[in-house]
Design a protein around this ligand. Structure first.
Ligand code: TMP
Length: 205
């Protein structure tokens, strides 16, 4: 069986850059990696992503939950599980924790519903290691946008993004073995160094 790593965090936390840097690091060490993202990673998932982030009018809150979940299940079935079965390291930019943080804490949906929907969506698959890149939402949003137009989620009030961050931090407290908090308001090399340490440690276990 391979190894499943996810990156999470508020908008502008630098997950995508860090995910790429991590893949380069691991490939240099000789590991075979699959880099992917949610929502997305498959043709169906990328089509759902367009609806989730661009469609106007946007989906209702529960439909939004189902769409993230639908993209996730397709991703697990088509990409993630087969890659793990082929002994690869899967590095995924967001996964089920994002649904807890955004739809649970951000949208205030019932956390028990989220747990059940996530169970179906992930087929019970849990990452071995989750790197939570933590950043103040205000700073993150400035970094994320840098002049471009915000997508549908980014357009939410800053209070929404504060709740998302709190959600992530609470998750990390409850699951401190799996979820590692990394301060993301630093240079990318510094952040990468911390990530490397956690990943090396986890791969040795
Ligand atoms: P990204 O900006 O990291 O590519 O993620 C896309 C957006 O989707 C981001 O605003 C977070 C949001 N999102 C959710 O609300 N729930 C989820 O389950 C996932 C995976 C992402």
């Amino acid at each position: 069986m391979g190894f499943f790593i996810t990156l999470e965090g508020p908008e502008g936390s630098g997950k995508s850059t860090q995910a790429k840097m991590l893949v380069s690091y691991l490939e240099e060490k000789g590991y075979q990696c699959v880099l992917t993202r949610e929502p997305g990673g498959t043709k169906i998932g990328e089509t759902i992503r367009e609806i989730l982030l661009k469609h106007s009018p946007g989906p209702s809150i529960v439909t939004e939950l189902f769409l993230y979940a639908a993209a996730r299940r397709q991703h697990v079935d088509e990409i993630i599980r087969p890659a793990l079965e082929a002994d690869k390291i899967v590095i995924c930019d967001r996964f089920a924790d994002a649904t807890v943080a955004y739809q649970g804490y951000g949208r205030d949906l019932d956390l028990e519903w989220i747990r059940q929907v996530n169970y179906l969506a992930t087929d019970g698959l849990t990452p071995e290691l989750t790197l939570l890149l933590d950043i103040n939402p205000q700073a993150g949003m400035e970094r994320a946008l840098g002049g471009r137009e915000p997508d549908r989620m980014e357009q939410e009030a800053i209070s929404f993004h504060h709740r998302v961050r709190e959600g992530y931090l609470e998750l990390a407290q409850v699951e401190s073995e799996r979820i590692k908090i990394i301060k993301a308001d630093r240079g990318k090399e510094e952040v990468h160094k911390d990530i490397r340490q956690y990943v090396d440690e986890a791969l040795q276990r």
